[in-house]
Design a protein. Sequence first.
Length: 358
Amino acid sequence: MKLLVLAIDGTGMGHLSRTLVMARALRKARPDAEVKFLVESPVFQMVSAAGFDVLKLPDPRHPLGRHALRGLRSDLERQLVAEACRGFVPDALLVDFLLDRQMFLALHESNSRVLVVLRRQRPKVMRQLGRDPASGLVDTWLVPHAKEDFSPREIPPRIARRCTFLGPVARPIDVERIPDLRRRYASGAEHLALIVLGGGGSPEGREFCARARKALQAVGRQVADLKTVVVWGPLNPEPLPDPDDAERVVRFESDMPELMAAADVVLANAGYNTMRELELSGTPGVVVHLKTTGRDDQVARAQKLREKQLALVADLEEEQITSCATRILEGQGPRKRLAEARGDLGAMGKALAAAMRS
């Protein structure tokens, strides 16, 4: 059983995170499965570190990357997928929210199935998907939600009949790793604040990061022994900043769910995967939802986490971010809970294997 994964996302890390979880699940259910990734250059190391074979697309900021290629980027992706298929001959291609009729036709001609991840989207986007000619070439839509969170009635009929619900997809947390992550970034007596930027490719997300860093500097003047970790993002085009004594900046963290669980407060945007991992981590969050990017509703997702009393929601204002983070660290906001260990990927892997065979 062979699976080729095309994980392209120049803004966040959701596409890559979800497909990595699915690949791990497949490998658990079918140890004989061969999985190969086709990813952008900045995240090559992350996939390689996870133990998968990986081929590289050009860096989005490289002269041959998406911003330079623009309309030629689709041609490049098709060419690289075709080359990978000639040497690998996959039973299926797995892509996260990408529709390309020409690519899908070529895969069907080689008897490969097409699997597309369908995360919950705004109604307008769902209607557009239902009308897209390429959607008729998708063999199985993999839905990373439970049916109670994303009703099949919200999905266009021509898509709904080919959906497989996988349940919420998030990187499992290894609770035994949490103390190691805590010791890596803070001493026992220190408070640990974490700023999560996802992939770092969103201009609005980078503005949030700048303001969140200043906000935590203000918090540090009120809350003693505060250490800050900033995960800059592999797709962030800006160089790593020079940190001060109370701050550490890293490009990416392989053990992100465990680092979230090790922190005392997490500052983040309301990306689907980030919010799911924050909820599982048990750590209270300060959520600043993006408003200018994405096909889904970050505002609603942030409000839902607040209603569960798992986070405080702030606008993109340093004073609000400072106030929310201070409240949490002083015990006046949502309280820290035990992390949820969600390590059983067996059922998801079996569902994915079935979709590849159907």
